[in-house]
Design a protein around this ligand. Structure first.
Ligand SMILES: Nc1ncnc2c1ncn2[C@@H]1O[C@H](COP(=O)(O)OP(=O)(O)OP(=O)(O)O)[C@@H](O)[C@H]1O
Ligand SMILES: [Mg+2]
Length: 253
């Protein structure tokens, strides 16, 4: 097994005239949480699609779990899971049925048990037998994440896993992602939320105008900022802290 889960070199991709990736390089170490930051349209989803074999690059190379994404795409697909930017749950099925279906597709021995365990872990036991069409956005996201964990993949891709979630559900997802990494899973996530990267990531890369313009630990990235000017201002609680205090939940760090 190689040390790196992901290795990307000189990746380029255009959509017709639009040159989105202009030579992207980065590596993700096994067992790490890696966050790719970038604004709308920076090319985050394009990178995720190339790494998960849904889209072919124009030039450059990418290996995932040691397999080339173009010549060994089948091996890549078998060693990863993807939670896309938009939830991929089946509306007509119940939460339990969705999970059982994936477990069967992945040829697991006891699909029912796998589903039960994940429903419990994601706080969906009570809603398990309701159709997904009746779920809230946060419940769908949680189910979507649960589905990506069926079969314990060694590397998971999460494309904006908390977009559209309320602060409580977001913190819940953060907790799950942290647990995954503790369990040895490598996590590649994209986000537009700086705080999300700050909370979760071992390494953070910033994609801007087609290239990775910064890549490092949070501490390393902070060193790139000009030294802070000391000012005496009263610290106001953040809106998130206030929201959580009012609804009576403490942020779990
Ligand atoms: N299939 C496509 N055909 C043409 N242009 C595309 C296609 N897919 C993406 N693009 C364009 O490529 C650029 C990068 O898109 P991408 O979805 O990778 O960005 P992103 O960083 O994921 O953005 P967001 O934060 O909004 O999800 C955007 O300008 C987008 O409009
Ligand atoms: Mg995207």
């Amino acid at each position: 097994m190689p040390n790196n889960s992901i290795q990307v070199k000189g990746l380029q991709k255009s959509y017709k005239q639009l040159h989105v990736l202009k030579g992207v390089d980065f590596e993700v170490e096994r067992g790490n949480i890696f966050a790719l930051l970038g604004s709308n349209g920076a090319g985050k989803t394009t990178i995720v699609k190339i790494l998960t074999t849904l889209l072919k690059q124009d030039s450059g190379t990418a290996t995932v779990n040691g397999f080339d994404v173009v010549s060994k795409s089948e091996n890549v697909r078998q060693s990863i899971s993807l939670t896309g930017q938009f939830a991929a749950v089946d509306e007509i099925l119940t939460g339990r049925e969705n999970l059982i279906m994936i477990a069967k597709l992945r040829h697991l021995k006891n699909p029912r048990q796998v589903a039960d365990d994940l429903l419990k872990r994601f706080g969906l036991t009570d809603a398990a037998d309701r159709r997904v069409s009746t779920y809230s956005g946060g419940m769908r996201r949680r189910l979507d994440l649960a589905m990506s964990l069926v079969g314990k993949p060694q590397l998971i891709f999460l494309d904006e896993p908390t977009t559209g979630l309320d602060p409580e559900a977001r913190i819940e997802v953060w907790k799950i992602v942290k647990e995954l990494a503790v369990g040895g899973t490598t996590v590649f996530l994209t986000t537009q939320y700086l705080e999300e990267a700050e909370q979760l990531a071992d390494r953070i890369a910033i994609l801007h105008e087609g290239r990775i313009i910064a890549n490092g630990t949070l501490a390393e990235l902070k060193k790139l900022l000009p030294p802070a000017k000391v000012e005496y201002v009263e610290k106001q609680p953040t809106l998130e802290e206030t929201f959580l205090a009012i609804i009576g939940k403490k942020e779990k760090k």
